[in-house]
Ligand binder design. Structure first.
Ligand SMILES: [Zn+2]
Ligand SMILES: [Zn+2]
Length: 352
């Protein structure tokens, strides 16, 4: 079917509505009417990456979305028209490698198919994202959305949320865990909220003193302004697990320093080369780890947990026509804490 999508045709080309074609339903496909889709740092990156550096144009961004099922393929048994659903940044994987068999499709040995600018495993076409009226996706990568949660505020759980959830779960964060969260933004504000709901004692690290009160509102038990050397010194050796969500390159040593014996630092915000001294790991037998996105198992676990605990993201919800403004503000860090585009009108008839 045809649907209206926000497309950027080339580097620095503003997003504009264009008709695109979604594939006819395969037996295991679900056709979703998209209602809300988040704005992620990955979208900024995709729109700002030249073709000779791996960028793909034209591109339709958007990979954390919610909506309702319109129709299902003949082999789909788990979804019916009208079901509230959510989809993240993976829409297919090989299904047979050891990672896929463990429900960790995000680490598929053949690389998962991304929601946009990915390569469809059946017809080889380039995937177009969910800043669009409709999205067609394999049923395995569609998730039931809990009732009672604001749909727009659920969308960021599908990328920002799951990116912090897998490390929280794999590290066994629970009652009494001393958890640090570095950076109070799209990922960090959800890490504070989820950590608190898991029963952890949460310390938020921020460079912005103005965010201290906000971190407490989100559930942080303690706030450390990381530009204050005395405060960082006082926090040394005090934490079991730290999630570092800062998206730009920075020194990890201070955050290894706040770990206690056998503590783990997850670097999940900045993806790129980092330099550390192994001495910072040696003293206290510390671990440096990372994580990204989520597989089937933990994604449904996250949604179920958020349904039980009433957890959603803090969102600002502009109409789809303001996508470029939202992107510009995100680039400046001017959002608390996630933009989610309202795309419900994209497929509405336009005035002649
Ligand atoms: Zn994302
Ligand atoms: Zn696989």
């Amino acid at each position: 079917m045809l649907t209206t999508a926000l497309v950027s045709d080339a580097l620095r080309d503003p997003l504009h509505p264009t008709q695109i074609r979604r594939r006819d339903l395969r037996p295991d496909d679900v056709d979703v009417r998209v209602t809300f889709c988040g704005v992620c740092h990955s979208d900024l990156h995709a729109l700002a990456t030249p073709a000779d550096h791996g960028g793909t144009f034209p591109v339709v961004p958007g990979h954390e979305f919610v909506g309702e099922v319109v129709a299902v393929g003949v082999a789909v048994t788990d979804f019916r028209p009208g079901d509230p659903v959510a989809v993240g940044n993976i829409v297919d994987s090989c299904g047979t490698c050891t990672m896929c068999r463990r429900g960790q499709e995000n680490f598929c040995a053949e690389f998962p198919t991304l929601t946009y600018a990915g390569r469809d495993r059946v017809d080889g076409s380039v995937t177009a994202g969910a800043w669009a009226g409709r999205y067609v996706v394999r049923d395995r990568f569609v998730y039931h959305r809990p009732a009672g949660l604001d749909p727009a505020a659920v969308a960021p759980l599908m990328c920002a949320g799951i990116t912090v959830w897998e490390p929280l779960r794999s590290a066994g964060v629970g009652a009494g865990t001393r958890l640090g969260v570095v950076g109070i933004g799209g990922l960090g504000h959800l890490a504070v909220r989820l950590g608190r709901a898991l029963g952890a004692d949460v310390t938020a690290f921020t460079t912005t003193p103005a965010k201290a009160a906000d971190a407490e509102r989100l559930g942080a038990d303690h706030v450390v302004v990381s530009t204050d050397p005395a405060a960082m010194q006082a926090a040394r050796g005090s934490l079991d697990v730290v999630l570092d969500t800062v998206a730009v390159e920075h020194d990890l040593a201070p955050y290894l320093g706040v770990l206690d014996l056998d503590g783990t630092l997850f670097s999940i915000g900045y993806l790129g080369p980092v330099t550390i001294s192994t001495t910072d790991l040696l003293i206290g037998r510390k671990r440096l780890a990372s994580a990204g996105s989520g597989g089937h198992r933990w994604t449904q676990d996250l949604l179920d947990f958020c349904g039980e605990h009433g957890i959603v993201a803090d969102v600002e919800v502009p109409p789809a026509t303001q996508a470029d403004t939202a992107l510009a503000r995100l680039a400046r860090g001017d959002v608390r804490y996630r933009f989610v585009l309202d795309v419900r009108d994209l497929d509405a008839p336009q005035p002649a």
